[in-house]
Design a protein around this ligand. Structure first.
Ligand SMILES: Cc1cc2nc3c(=O)[nH]c(=O)nc-3n(C[C@H](O)[C@H](O)[C@H](O)COP(=O)(O)O)c2cc1C
Length: 108
């Protein structure tokens, strides 16, 4: 039921959208397995939670940095941001922007 909200135009009109962008330092620990398997864990939790919360976006990474875009209802993306800020798989999280938007850039 919740997931259908993603395709419901009416819902998008009722709830104003915001976009949050941050970057952080990659702290993936080689002792905890390959980077690929640790990223896969992050992505599966993100996909599951973000779909339920009607959050879209993108996660870009290399050996040193993460850059993430989160789009959705402001309160919802802030709640997600607060949760992921405490994650020790990255550090020194820097907020780049938090703005209201008229339309999503990402459709995932
Ligand atoms: C770089 C990075 C990006 C993340 N992005 C998200 C995200 O977009 N959504 C999310 O729910 N969790 C994200 N997480 C994971 C959260 O910090 C947290 O582990 C997860 O939300 C816990 O979900 P669970 O309680 O369902 O296991 C991210 C973690 C890292 C390190």
């Amino acid at each position: 039921m919740f997931q259908n909200f993603a395709s419901t135009q009416k819902w998008e009109l009722i709830l104003p959208l915001s976009r949050l962008v941050y970057f952080s330092e990659n702290q993936l620990d080689p002792k905890k397995g390959s980077a690929l398997s640790q990223l896969s864990d992050i992505l599966s939790a993100s996909n599951r939670n973000n779909k339920l919360a009607n959050i879209t976006g993108a996660l870009v990474f290399d050996d040193f940095w993460f850059i993430q875009v989160l789009e959705g209802e402001r309160d919802v993306i802030l709640k997600t941001f607060e949760r992921l800020k405490d994650d020790d798989r990255h550090a020194n999280i820097s907020l780049v922007e938090l703005i209201d938007i008229n339309a999503r850039m990402f459709g995932n």
